[in-house]
Design a protein around this ligand. Structure first.
Ligand code: FAD
Length: 442
């Protein structure tokens, strides 16, 4: 039995069935959609993807044809781990049933945090987590919204800033912290992200705290902050997420210090027969060996796959994460892996960084743009700790994956310098910016 039918849940379902074709696999999803790419939601709103339907990898009918039971609008509300039963509420009929299981996967994801001021019925106030949220945002845009305030300067807020600006709205990003992209990049790199947004006409107000919303009738009209009122007919609340751990807690599973469900490398919670995977679950950071909660798409799919194999009698382990993430806003791509210098300092590591600016393609090539790289390593040992990249050819920051691969093997700066990277002028200089950074840091 699987609670939650998106990345982790459906990966697990598919893998379990592949592992054991005789397995009786049933997925309960409280929403109306399964198996879709939530990461694509901003791009449907922006027009790079034609429709919300295009995000759906497999429909319930396709899943059923493969032998996976899918129950939409069925919410798992309780677990009796001793009796090995779950309580399921069918939101179509309102009826509640008890279903037996041999193995249970909790893949319930996260919920968008809604501060008290955002708990409102005012129209035009949104979060973005799933397809219905995306459809609601689309309805507000199509309904003629002109002024948007995005609360939260994380990657989802910044992706949406581009989207809404390109849809013709004036956009203000309100961020409580001193800069945007604060949890992802070091200060100098945050500034480059802000510059990209501002040069495209997005207003950024950092160091600003939202205190409430104003409304007229049933529509939002503004965002009240500690620095005054900002008029708005659309508000996106993108201030972070909270893991959905209630079900795991009800099953008797341990919740880690990160706030997400604690598991071993087989995705087992420690409660017999109960597994957890995806955004609701913590993982181990391979650089720091600490438990972390970094809710991202590949992690969720991979955890689900591991859980599915193990639930069906196989043996798979989750290798951990190195904290890689990447996003685009307007032309700019920003990426990081491992630790930033700020994070390394906070952990008390003896870390040093080098900053290199170069061009992403050969300097003489027509499409070349400046690229900025920070490479961080441990002093003395030369062990790589992390990298950050920013470039106005957004695809160019994908070279962060070279460092991610080395971090997985606890590689050193010298290993990076000696790596035989591909080269041709439309892709990089002969000495790629990563090699230049490694040379300077070694
Ligand atoms: P979810 O996708 O949250 O699915 C959990 C499901 O469980 C939900 O459908 C929920 O309805 C259901 N559920 C919850 N409780 C119950 C219950 N009790 N009973 C039954 N069902 C239940 N990640 C990246 O790596 N790169 C990106 O660029 C990126 N962009 C993103 C952009 C947006 C706008 C969003 C919202 C997310 C983005 N992510 C990105 C994150 C990525 O989408 C998630 O990591 C991934 O969807 C997590 O999958 P999951 O299965 O763990 O959880």
């Amino acid at each position: 039995m699987i609670a939650g039918g998106v990345a982790a849940g459906m990966s697990a379902a598919s893998r379990a069935l592949r592992q054991n074709p005789e397995a009786d696999v049933v997925v309960f999803e409280r929403g109306e959609y399964i198996s879709y790419g939530a990461c694509g939601l901003p791009y449907v709103l922006g027009g790079d993807v034609d429709s919300f339907g295009d995000l759906i990898a497999r429909t319930p009918a396709q899943m059923r044809a493969r032998g996976i039971g899918v129950r939409l609008r069925h919410e798992v509300t309780g677990v009796d781990a001793r009796a090995r039963t779950i309580t399921v509420v069918d939101h179509h009929s309102g009826r509640s049933t008890h279903e037996p299981y041999d193995k249970l996967l909790i893949a319930t994801g996260v919920s968008a945090i809604r501060p008290d001021w955002a708990k409102t019925d005012l129209g035009g106030v949104h979060v973005l987590r799933d397809i219905p949220d995306g459809q609601a945002i689309e309805a507000t845009i199509s309904g003629g919204a002109k002024r948007a305030v995005i609360v939260g300067g994380g990657y989802i807020g910044l992706e949406l800033a581009e989207t809404l600006h390109c849809r013709g709205l004036s956009v203000v990003v309100v961020e409580k912290g001193p800069e945007v992209a604060g949890r992802m990049l070091d200060g100098e790199y945050q500034v480059r992200v802000r510059a990209e947004l501002e040069s495209n006409g997005v207003e950024i107000r950092c160091g600003t705290t939202v205190e409430g919303l104003t409304g007229k009738g049933d529509c939002v009209t503004g965002v009240q902050t500690d620095h005054g009122l900002i008029r708005a007919d659309m508000v996106i609340v993108a201030v972070g997420v909270r893991p959905n751990v209630e079900l795991a807690r009800a099953a008797g599973a341990r919740i880690g210090k990160t706030g997400a469900v604690a598991v071993n490398t087989r995705q087992e919670t420690g409660v017999d027969g109960v597994y957890s995977a995806g955004d609701n679950t913590e993982s181990t950071h391979r650089v720091t060996r600490r438990k972390v909660h970094i809710p991202l798409g590949l992690t969720a799919n991979r955890m689900g796959r591991v859980a599915g194999v193990n639930m069906a009698g196989g043996d798979a382990t989750f290798p951990g994460v190195v904290g890689s993430s990447i996003f685009k806003t307007f032309a700019l791509g920003a990426a990081r892996t491992g630790l930033t210098q700020t994070e390394a300092d906070a952990l008390g590591l003896n870390a040093a960084s080098v900053d290199v600016s170069s061009t992403d393609h050969a300097g003489y090539y027509s499409t070349a743009k400046p690229i900025y790289v920070r490479l961080t390593a441990e002093r003395g040992t030369g062990r790589l700790l992390g990298a950050q990249l920013v470039c106005q050819n957004h695809e160019s920051v994908k070279r962060v994956d070279v460092v991610a691969a080395l971090l997985h093997g606890r590689g050193k700066v010298q290993d990076l310098f000696e790596t035989d990277l591909s080269y041709a002028p439309p892709f990089s200089g002969v000495w790629d910016v990563l090699l230049v950074a490694a040379d300077r840091l070694s």
